[in-house]
Design a protein around this ligand. Structure first.
Ligand code: HEM
Ligand code: HEM
Length: 162
């Protein structure tokens, strides 16, 4: 790890990405909840539908989804930028590979948005497939990411080297 940099600056570079990405865990789960309500609204009988429509779950889901798309892409780039700044290289690890795959998946999931709005059922299935994989990926990334965080904390404040 770079040595002649103040610890506060190293901590800022190192921990911005984990904090940002833990936000995608919560955001992803809330998007799943809203998405389930969108589906329920669409498939409910007329009476229930009238009530559910008032929740505007489709608009809320689309807005949250757009924010998640940006955080996912920028957050993935920030992870690589932080690693490169701190170590002058990238580590080809499961966290890097799954991270890059998940950035591709979130772009694919968003690509189906206009098609879903045109009522294409296959696009809904494709969107749900991509986003289910994304939810799995974000949990996997939290697990592998927290392991990296522990290593970095030990290295920054203790004696162990990465
Ligand atoms: C982890 C993140 C996400 C999850 C779990 C998720 C899940 C879902 C689910 C379950 C549906 C319902 C499909 C149906 O009606 O059968 C849906 C619909 C939709 N999603 Fe997502 N989604 C996510 C991210 C996104 C993103 C990134 C975007 C776009 C930027 C997006 C845009 C939409 C749109 C436009 C619809 C259709 C809404 C409508 O029918 O008007 N979603 N999503
Ligand atoms: C889906 C979400 C995530 C994506 C797309 C992602 C992506 C990445 C990428 C591409 C790197 C660079 C890896 C390398 O070159 O070695 C990285 C580094 C890292 N990630 Fe993630 N990650 C995600 C979630 C998380 C989470 C939830 C945590 C922690 C709780 C985390 C902690 C870290 C740490 C500590 C690093 C080293 C650089 C730094 O400290 O900023 N990541 N991540």
């Amino acid at each position: 790890m770079i040595s002649n940099t103040p610890v506060w600056l190293k901590s800022f570079i190192a921990f911005t990405h984990p904090v940002l990405m833990l936000g995608t865990v919560l955001g992803g789960l809330y998007a799943l909840y809203l998405g389930a309500l969108v589906r329920r609204t669409r498939t409910a009988d007329a009476e229930v539908r009238k009530e559910l429509i008032k929740g505007k779950f489709n608009q809320k889901h689309f807005q949250l989804g757009s924010v998640l798309l940006a955080i996912w892409v920028l957050g993935g780039i920030s992870g690589m930028a932080a690693t490169y700044t701190l170590y002058q290289k990238l580590f080809v690890s499961p966290h890097l590979i799954v991270g890059l795959i998940s950035v591709g998946l979130v772009a694919l999931a968003a690509m189906f948005a206009p098609l879903m709005q045109q009522g294409k059922e296959w696009a809904r299935i494709a969107h749900i497939t991509c986003t289910s994989l994304l939810i799995g990926a974000v949990f996997y990334q939290s697990f592998t990411g927290l392991k990296i965080v522990l290593k970095m904390v030990q290295e920054m404040f203790g004696t162990t080297s990465v």
